[in-house]
Design a binder for this molecule. Structure first.
Ligand SMILES: Nc1ncnc2c1ncn2[C@@H]1O[C@H](COP(=O)(O)OP(=O)(O)OP(=O)(O)O)[C@@H](O)[C@H]1O
Ligand SMILES: [Mg+2]
Length: 500
């Protein structure tokens, strides 16, 4: 089962493949050069080998088979000395053999430079060759050679590889002449060594030069990346944003490909800057509208409420349905007044108006708020967890009290009776924990947005507006702190207010 689950990236074995564009281009260049060098090396070596072989075959036919023929004569009068073998003008290593009816009667190898000495003395010098013993396999190989056919390569057990050729002798025998392949293979090996050395050096130089050149060529791309990274680190989400980052000069040259990317990025940043400025203007207008509307509504709402109260207190008897209607008018006017106050407060916090800064005793605050909550909701269990020492913080006491009161009110308004609510103070952190039903998962991500409520239908009748947490969040932020929600195991809500 678990094998079908894809492993996280970090657990996978590190791939050896290069990751940066630069490394990949260099690897590609080196791979291409290796292929080219291998091809060139193979072609040159094959051509050289072929050329040397043709030359060796030519040399073989140029020897005229004199040495092998002399073996024939030397073997003729049985028991005669071996110094009649003719090694003149024969290259050292020349192999000769005489076969009679498929059986080797004599075989030898020229082992010194007999040429000059022989000619000058007019005699055939002794000890310039060695008669050799051939194995049975060698004899079979030689016997299988086609007479007067093309030269062939034969591997002789004691002598190594030879290029051999057979011709018919004078009395029904076969004369075989051979030249060693050793010099040829030595030359080819040497050529391969030279090629490998030269190619390795060329590869190293090409790799280094390529890396250097790529570094220069990709420098504009680096500048673009740096600009993009700087922009991505800017807090663009809200408020007034100063977006002056641009890709610098040469990296935005329309004549090059990278320059076009840089130019496009600059243009895009310009558009984004315009859009953000527009958003800020709209936000400003909306904020001032909310503030203006709040101010304008305050007086009429208060007037409605005042008149409803006045009518209810009138000494004349009021018909029960009218009394009920007036009570509803008063209650709703009170609620409306609270909403208007909340909206005005939010507008003020949005505008970044400075809050009062005084020393606030968080311990005292926690005590007061829990007392209030206990009085307001005796159906719940209220627990307070305070440190031994009093904790002091700097801020606006009324606003902080509002945040705590709101969190505690939520903890009893949105949970069933019997729920235990704990307020804990540790350092500058206040945590409100309840063991109620918790925040529905689909609501949690938006819990601090405005007018977000759990049960919309029920909330409207119970008189909640969904502004409480939005205000608490804004107050925490205005203090330079934070308000966060922690949900554990889907049961109970945990709100954490952290002050700097
Ligand atoms: N402790 C809690 N347990 C369960 N749900 C909660 C809790 N606190 C808040 N909620 C849910 O989050 C919603 C938003 O809370 P918020 O305080 O912003 O608004 P409200 O309490 O509905 O209205 P207001 O506080 O403005 O009178 C609530 O409607 C409720 O559904
Ligand atoms: Mg609330």
């Amino acid at each position: 089962m678990s094998s079908s689950v894809p492993r996280p990236r970090s657990l996978r074995p590190r791939s050896l493949r290069p990751r940066t564009l630069r490394a990949r281009l260099i690897a590609g260049l080196v791979a291409l050069l290796v292929i080219i060098f291998a091809g060139v090396g193979l072609a040159v070596t094959t051509a050289l080998q072929h050329y040397l072989l043709v030359r060796l075959d030519q040399q073989l036919s140029d020897t005229g088979g004199r040495y092998a023929a002399s073996l024939e004569r030397a073997a003729d009068p049985v028991g005669h000395s071996v110094d009649r073998r003719d090694t003149r003008a024969q290259a050292p290593g020349t192999f000769g053999a005489r076969l009679l009816h498929g059986i080797v009667t004599a075989a030898g190898v020229v082992d010194g430079d007999a040429d000059d000495a022989g000619v000058e003395a007019g005699t055939i010098p002794a000890d310039t060759d060695d008669l050799v013993k051939l194995t049975a396999a060698d004899q079979r190989t030689l016997a299988a050679l086609p007479v007067a056919g093309p030269a062939r390569t034969a591997d002789l057990a004691n002598l190594g590889s030879y290029r051999v050729r057979a011709v018919a002798g004078q009395d029904g025998d076969v004369l075989i002449t051979g030249l060693p392949l050793r010099p040829l293979t030595d030359t080819v090996h040497q050529a391969i060594m030279v090629e490998v050395t030269v190619f390795a050096v060329a590869l190293g130089v090409a790799g280094l030069a390529g890396a250097l050149w790529l570094r220069l060529a990709l420098r504009p791309l680096d500048r673009i990346a740096v600009t993009a990274e700087r922009v991505s680190a800017l807090p663009l989400a809200r408020g007034e944003v100063v977006l002056t980052e641009r890709v610098p000069g040469t990296a935005a040259d329309p004549a090059t490909e990278t320059g076009r990317v840089g130019l496009a990025l600059n243009r895009m940043l310009g558009h984004v800057e315009d859009a953000l400025a527009q958003r800020h203007a709209v936000e400003d207008r909306l904020r001032s509208f909310a503030a203006d509307a709040g101010h304008e509504l305050r007086t009429p709402v208060a007037t409605v409420r005042g008149h409803a109260e006045l009518a209810l207190r009138h000494p004349d008897p009021i018909a029960p349905p009218v009394r009920h209607a007036l009570e509803r008018v008063e209650a709703e006017a009170r609620r409306m007044g609270a909403i208007v106050d909340d909206l005005l407060l939010l507008a003020r916090l949005d505008a970044g108006r400075p809050l009062a800064t005084a020393e606030v005793d968080l311990t005292r605050l926690a005590l007061d708020c829990t007392d209030d909550a206990r009085a307001a909701a005796p159906t719940h269990h209220w627990r307070l967890d305070l440190p031994a020492e009093p904790v002091l913080a700097t801020g606006d006491e009324d606003r902080l009290r509002q945040v705590l009161a709101n969190l505690l009110a939520n903890a009893h308004r949105h949970t069933p009776p019997g729920t235990t609510v704990t307020l804990q103070l540790t350092g500058h952190r206040l945590t409100v924990t309840d063991d109620g039903p918790g925040i529905p998962p689909d609501l949690a991500p938006h819990i601090f947005d405005r007018f977000v409520r759990g049960d919309q239908a029920r909330s409207r009748t119970t008189g909640t507006t969904g502004l409480g947490l939005a205000i608490a969040h804004a107050i925490a932020a205005a203090h330079g702190g934070s308000l966060t929600l922690r949900q554990e195991d889907g049961r109970g809500a945990v709100f954490v207010l952290t002050l700097p």
